[in-house]
Design a binder for this molecule. Structure first.
Ligand code: SF4
Length: 231
């Protein structure tokens, strides 16, 4: 585990959470600010330190969120810390790119996760060349399999896309909404948020609003998330 934020209001909207960031990732996204940092060998937090932080913050928090990097790459530590947090009566959230279908299936079967937040970075119909150049992986279709496991089990789920203007077209977002609706139903929660480069959003709130309307053809619960809130 790479680092910990004892108290966060933003990583699980509506909850106060302790957030644990894992190092390492199985993707190499074009706009990832963290990739070098995530894959840098160095000091890691041990489970004793992490559990102590969780316990020390517990009177202010409702949940523990595992993020990254990609937390499903280290299931052993994730499960151990999640079980500890459950004993303290906390909810468990997992942020994931959903690429490791086996890991998602395993977590779903353990019944320990209360909510998944899954990044849907491009349409899963994307060709190998584009997927490789933007996400650093050739096969992105498996994402839908991971989401299918979560939906089938009835676990709370948020799917989200961080939109970058030099990556996404309106057709991409429309296609994501169409695929999600077709495979998992109209009621799935889909969040659109603007990617940031040097702390500046690259897509305006008005543009996000336009994308939200576009997705409304297929999905009933599309949320625009900005720094000032959700709508
Ligand atoms: S999945 Fe997330 S952490 Fe991994 S490379 Fe992409 S943006 Fe970075």
């Amino acid at each position: 585990m790479l680092s910990i934020v004892p108290i966060s209001m933003i990583d699980w909207p509506g909850m106060v959470s302790t957030v644990i960031f894992f190092g390492d990732c199985n993707m190499k996204c074009k706009h990832c600010h963290n990739f070098t940092e995530l894959n840098r060998p160095g000091t890691r937090l041990n489970k004793i330190e992490v559990k102590k932080e969780i316990k020390d913050s517990r009177m202010f928090t409702d949940a523990v969120v595992f993020g990254g990097g990609e937390p499903t790459l280290n299931l052993k530590d994730l499960l151990d810390v999640a079980r500890y947090a459950k004993i303290l009566g906390m909810k468990i959230g997992v942020h994931s790119n959903g690429l490791d279908t086996g890991a998602i299936h395993y977590l779903v079967n353990r019944g320990i996760v209360d909510k998944f937040f899954i990044d849907y970075k491009l349409p899963t119909t994307v060709d190998q060349f584009r997927s490789n150049s933007i996400l650093g992986v050739e096969d992105y279709k498996s994402l839908d399999l991971s989401i299918g496991y979560i939906v089938k089990d009835g676990i709370d789920l948020e799917i989200r896309t961080t939109v970058f203007d030099d990556v996404h077209t309106a057709e991409d977002i429309h296609e994501i909404a169409r695929t999600v609706s077709q495979k998992f139903g109209r009621s799935i929660t889909y969040v659109l948020q603007s990617g940031r480069i040097n702390e500046k959003p690259v897509i305006t709130n008005e543009e996000l609003e336009g994308l939200r309307r576009l997705c409304g053809e297929y999905l009933d619960n599309v949320i625009v998330r900005t720094q000032s809130g959700e709508r």
